[in-house]
Design a protein. Structure first.
Length: 95
């Protein structure tokens, strides 16, 4: 799992999380999607036909990540929700 928490959201995490988790494991940059976008770009050319990319994403990032996957040529793009009904997994298929 790549980090997917924005810098602003990282600042609001509980002290227990911020003190005990390495910042680089959580803070993904200003929007929280920067590293995910890099992986979306890098994975497409190396996935074989029908290869699938699954990404753990932050709550509320589904529409942005879905757009990124679609624009990069992934198909059958889906955003899966967790038990709390928040965006959690993005899936795309290379055709």
């Amino acid at each position: 799992n790549l980090p997917y928490i924005s810098t602003a959201d990282w600042m609001t995490l509980s002290p227990e999380v911020r003190v005990h988790e390495p910042r680089m494991a959580l803070d993904a940059g200003p929007t929280g999607t920067e590293l995910l976008e890099q992986l979306i770009l890098q994975a497409h050319p190396v996935l074989r036909a029908d290869g699938r990319l699954y990404l753990e994403i932050g709550a509320g990032q589904g529409s942005v990540i879905k757009q990124m996957l679609t624009q990069r040529g992934y198909q059958d793009v889906e955003i899966l929700r967790d038990w709390a009904d928040r965006d959690r997994i993005a899936k795309g298929v290379r055709r």
